[in-house]
Design a protein around this ligand. Structure first.
Ligand code: UD1
Ligand code: CA
Length: 449
């Protein structure tokens, strides 16, 4: 058992107005995962006392987290936003006799971070926790620190933090930004929170104001220089895209380190929960989403795969594998769409829709085959046995069960089940009328002969 020593508080009560979205900011996703969940996954490695501060859309956020982490023991707090707005207000009880007191936490130290920092990593958080200073904070050195609070340093000594909105032009030139992550001793927080005021441009209780108070009292303050790749704060859709690009770089590097071949990696989108096992290759412009598992397979260019398992198979180019599909020992070619289907040892080379199907080994699906799985009300299944040859351009009208070793003639509309060994043919009989062409065109146009 790991022994934990630090409580974690994640600030997620803000409005995220700059996102210009109905979705609360911390629920916006980076590579398929809510920003708040990205943080929770990392802090869970370093603490068992996790506090999440909510206000805006509190019930929705709580419900999503409880669904995602069914056995969690998170402590949810509702910030008294009307009376105590701001990042320090978020840490206050908000109600009762001493509303400015610190919320109840378990350990003597607390790591405080914002719900909009999706790239934090437990290894870096560990450095904050290990520090024995009264206050340890993350500092970013940036070309342009706009959007962040500025950290005033004297040599390496942290003097104070000034929020951008309250900063003079001179302060705005400072390139040291407050990363918005702090490890603070509980007694320090308990001492300073109640004396904070909100007399600033935003009329908010700023957590950052604790720094200058603590500095005046000669507390030890440590600034840890950190990279924006880890501490980026997402306030707008532009930041969201930047953070997602940084996360993608991490995911792709990790995959390549584990032996996955990526062709033009920067064009490939891979979500957080995608897993590669064995020797895999992914070509340019492919999109791999959700809980997808790729095992010893090749994904050709421009292919989209979502929540599916692909093993010992080649997929694409230009294929789309929709959720709940399992494709084993198969070849899926261009313009084939597969949904909620299990294919085991199947070839479907061109232009097909295969939905709600089970298809067994040795079966060939010809070009243009469509499983008609939806009757306008319900979805139905198509089950196909082994070594079936489905000729091109067939419609398989579900519910349908085709045995093994069945030959289905090209162009058939199949609505009745077939037994092992059957030939299935269902199409209008062809008639050829000799010489008809010349008769028809001579009487209709002068030019054609
Ligand atoms: C904050 C810091 C700033 C720092 C930046 C880093 C303050 C006053 N400013 O600014 O110095 O450079 O983060 O990214 O701390 N929140 C609440 N309750 C509130 C207000 C905010 O829980 O009343 C939460 C938000 O949901 C968010 C976090 O606190 O997750 C930070 O709030 P935000 O408004 O994004 O602060 P910044 O302006 O980015
Ligand atoms: Ca922010």
């Amino acid at each position: 058992m790991i022994e934990f020593s630090t409580s974690v508080i994640i600030l997620s009560a803000g409005f995220g107005t700059r996102m210009k979205s109905k979705i609360p900011k911390v629920l916006h996703k980076i590579c398929g995962k809510e920003m708040l969940a990205c943080i929770i996954d990392e802090v869970s490695k370093i603490s068992d006392d996790i506090h999440i501060i909510l206000y805006n859309e509190a019930e929705l956020i709580k419900q999503i987290l409880n669904d995602k982490y069914p056995n969690n023991n998170f402590h949810f707090h509702l910030q008294n936003h009307q009376s105590y707005p701001g990042t320090a207000g978020a840490l206050m009880k908000g109600y009762g006799e001493n509303p400015k007191d610190l919320i109840d936490i378990k350990y003597h130290k607390t790591l405080i971070l914002s719900g909009d920092m999706p790239l934090v990593e437990s290894a870096t958080l560990q450095d904050f926790i290990n520090s024995d200073f009264d206050i340890t904070l993350g500092i970013l050195e940036l070309e342009n620190a706009s959007g962040y609070g500025r950290v005033v340093l004297n040599d390496d000594k942290v003097i104070e933090i000034i929020e951008e909105k309250d900063a003079s032009l001179e302060i705005q030139q400072i390139r040291f930004a407050n990363g918005g992550i702090y490890c603070i001793k509980k007694d320090i927080l308990s001492k300073y929170l109640p004396i904070l005021e909100s007399n600033n441009k935003q009329n908010e209780f700023y957590l950052t104001d604790i720094i200058s108070l603590a500095r005046n009292d000669n507390c030890d303050i440590l600034g840890i220089k950190a990279k924006e790749e880890i501490f980026i704060g997402v306030n707008s859709k532009i930041d969201l895209a930047r953070a997602e690009n940084l996360m993608l770089d991490k995911i792709r590097l990790r995959a390549m380190k584990n032996g996955v071949t990526l062709r033009i990696p920067q064009s490939i989108y891979i979500e957080c929960d995608v897993e590669f096992i064995g020797e895999c290759e992914v070509e340019s412009n492919s999109v791999l989403k959700g809980n997808t598992k790729i095992i010893n397979s090749i994904i050709h260019s421009n292919t989209i795969i979502e929540n599916s398992i692909i093993e010992n198979s080649t997929i694409g180019p230009f294929a789309r594998i929709r959720p709940k599909s399992t494709i084993l020992d198969s070849h899926i070619g261009n313009f084939v769409e597969i949904k909620a289907s299990n294919l085991n040892g199947v070839k479907a080379g061109h232009l097909s829709y295969i939905g709600d199907s089970e298809i067994d080994s040795g079966t060939n699906i010809g070009a243009g085959v469509i499983t008609c799985n939806y009757d306008g009300v319900k979805k139905h299944k198509t089950i196909i046995g082994k070594n079936v040859f489905v000729g091109s351009d067939c419609q398989l009208i579900a519910p349908l069960t085709i045995g093994s070793n069945v030959l289905i003639a090209a162009g058939s509309s199949v609505s009745r089940n077939a037994k092992d060994g059957d030939l299935v043919i269902s199409r209008a009989k062809q008639e050829n009328k000799s010489g008809f062409y010349y008769k028809f065109f001579n009487s209709n146009t002068k030019e054609k002969k």
